[in-house]
Write a protein that binds this ligand. Structure first.
Ligand code: O2Y
Ligand code: MN
Length: 596
């Protein structure tokens, strides 16, 4: 039995038990013995299915309710006393209404269930970057996933001591009905309430809810940044440089974080190190540089499309101790997904629990999906073959470049270097991308996704931009800011850039620019690589492809300004002057009135 000496925490647990009325309350200690016990219980109750022990040691299969397969942004709210503090990009509810509405759904929601109390740390326990949360949940699936994605148990409670600060994270799957689903953030109370979903970002409250929405609010108050960014180390000649990169959900962050150098660059002896694949917390270090830490301890990666061509390191990471959710379960107790590894099993059960065979059609005559497009693997980060020796360094890693990116078929060049911090913030604030399957909504639709944080900024987007501008003043040696687009297509709709490992060619140029090397041409929108500045050794691009990839079309960018204007107009007087100045300056440069 775990001993909690934190009276406020104990009182909150008691109070919650009175509302949810579980059969029993269990405090997680984080031990190995506990993991085995909980896995057995989850299997006995039908929440997990053990996979073939030889092929997938320590791995389990899980299926969520078919109505509960992605984050539900329309049911996600920021609950602040003042509506303006949530801003125009968030759904808002008053804290009073939020608590009252959700309390109805939490009432008696844990009858017949165990209430798990999970003390967890985002970031290595005791690091100056780290924050502590306690998640209360009635989902054993959530409890087991939290053990992989965060550091849980006794050591966290010890760190919390008798009166330490923590985020109160209350979760119940309740009846997993969309009508009873709410994901509520109360940043003024350091509290999250999530009910009616048991999937991913809606339910693993350390991830998007704490490490981005609540943390971004805290970061603004405390002078740091909580961002939707991977962290990557690039080692050459014994020296490692680090970059962070922000892309909208399911745009290949995990692939970039685990990149393998392409054949043509092998002779340069690069080693790539994965520090994080989704979230970065950034603080100014004693040396005046920006330092980053990955607050998570695992990967919750998209399965479809992951194979040993696209991401061999992910495939090696997930061969043991991994939970697979909403993929295909083979009758031979293996897992498979579209664009996955090797041949599919001869027969199995798909993500909806329906019998599946290769080539099987659904009721409309379309190929029956094996895995849901947003199906996931949850795997310990430490299992990644490229995991950085510094990934748990309490001081984090120093950042040379911040890279923003979006999925755009046209407009944005392969890579662009901003003209300075404020222009970089402008570039980040205007990121737009075609929507993917990671959230409910129309796939393919272009939406603005500032800093790839649109669904995750826990406060007013205008204040968030202002905070970025202020951070630029607070970092004596700021990283350079870039924008990349791996997804540009030709007139026939074919991708112009191969992506994956070849993205190192772009990162190589970015790092050379950070060192004051690397040749570039100045355009109205920023610097692009000079002809021949990217190392294309061993890459057979179609003739003219590189020119198309780097082309900056003034008319298209002028048209883009209209979209930016419309988006900025939503911010009203919260739009920082520095950004409206950047907008005006870009407009003038595009007119050719000032020298690019
Ligand atoms: O809740 C989900 O569907 C997963 S969302 C997710 C998971 C891992 C990393 N990023 C994301 C995201 O939506 O950005
Ligand atoms: Mn993400």
């Amino acid at each position: 039995m775990i001993d909690c000496k934190h009276e406020k925490l104990k009182a909150w647990v008691d109070e919650t038990a009175k509302i949810c009325e579980p059969d029993q309350v269990y405090w997680m200690d984080g031990s190995e013995e506990e993991r085995i016990r909980l896995e057995k219980r989850a299997v006995a109750r039908g929440f997990l299915i053990p996979l073939d022990e030889e092929k997938y040691p320590g791995c389990f299969y899980s299926r969520s309710n078919p109505n509960d397969v992605a984050r539900t942004e329309h049911l996600t709210f920021i609950c602040t006393n003042n509506k303006e503090d949530a801003g125009p990009t968030n759904n808002w509810m008053s804290p009073k209404d939020g608590y009252a509405k959700a309390q109805e759904f939490f009432h008696q929601s844990m009858h017949g269930r165990t209430m798990y109390v999970i003390p967890f740390s985002m970031g290595p326990v005791g690091s100056p970057f780290s924050k502590i949360g306690v998640e209360i949940t009635d989902s054993i699936y959530v409890a087991l996933n939290m053990r992989i994605m965060t550091r849980v148990g006794k050591s966290v409670l010890e760190k919390l001591g008798t009166g330490g600060e923590f985020t109160k994270c209350l979760h119940s799957r309740a009846d997993v009905a969309v009508e009873h689903r709410l994901i509520l953030h109360f940043p003024e109370d350091n509290t999250i309430w999530s009910v009616g979903s048991a999937y991913g970002g809606n339910a693993l409250l350390g991830k998007k809810c704490l490490a981005l929405r609540i943390a971004s609010w805290q970061a603004r108050k405390e002078g740091w940044l909580a961002e939707h960014m991977l962290i990557l180390g690039i080692e050459k000649d014994g020296k490692t440089e680090y970059v962070t990169a922000a892309f909208p959900s399911a745009c290949g962050k995990t692939n970039l974080a685990m990149l393998i150098p392409p054949e043509g660059l092998k002779h340069k002896g690069y080693k790539i190190w994965t520090v994080g694949d989704d979230i970065a917390w950034l603080r100014v270090g004693p040396d005046g540089r920006l330092w980053a830490c990955n607050p998570e301890a695992g990967f919750f990666g998209v399965a479809p499309g992951t194979n040993s061509k696209t991401n061999p390191n992910a495939i090696k990471t997930i061969h043991k101790n991994t939970i697979f959710t909403n993929v295909l379960l083979g009758d031979d107790l293996t897992v498979w997904w579209e664009d996955g590894e090797g041949a599919p099993p001869v027969s199995g059960t798909n993500w909806q629990g329906k019998p599946w065979k290769p080539g099987k059609k659904d009721e409309n005559g379309n190929p029956m999906q094996a895995a849901h497009p947003n199906s996931r693997f949850t795997a310990p980060a430490g299992q990644c073959p490229t995991i950085s020796p510094k990934w748990e360094d309490p001081q984090g890693v120093p950042i040379s470049a911040i890279i923003f990116g979006g999925r755009r078929q046209r407009l944005a060049p392969l890579v662009l270097e901003s003209l300075g911090w404020d222009h970089g913030v402008y570039v980040g604030s205007t990121v737009a991308s075609e929507r993917t399957a990671a959230a409910v909504g129309k796939v393919g639709e272009v939406r603005r996704d500032p800093m790839a944080m649109l669904p995750f900024i826990g406060y007013n987007v205008g204040d968030y931009f202002a905070h970025w501008i202020e951070m630029g003043k607070a970092i004596p040696k700021p990283p350079k800011i870039f924008h990349v687009n791996w997804f540009r297509k030709d007139e026939k709709g074919k991708f112009l850039w191969p992506g994956y490992g070849d993205n190192l060619r772009v990162v190589e140029w970015i790092l050379s620019r950070c060192r004051g090397e690397g040749k570039a041409d100045k355009t109205p929108i920023g610097f692009v690589p000079a002809k021949d500045a990217l190392d294309l050794n061993g890459l057979n691009l179609a003739p003219g492809a590189m020119e198309k990839l780097l082309e900056v079309k003034t008319e298209e960018w002028t048209e883009e300004l209209e979209g930016v204007k419309e988006f900025y107009a939503k911010l009203g007087d919260k739009l920082p002057e520095a950004l409206s100045d950047q907008f005006k300056a870009l407009k003038e440069r595009l007119k050719g009135k000032v020298a690019a």
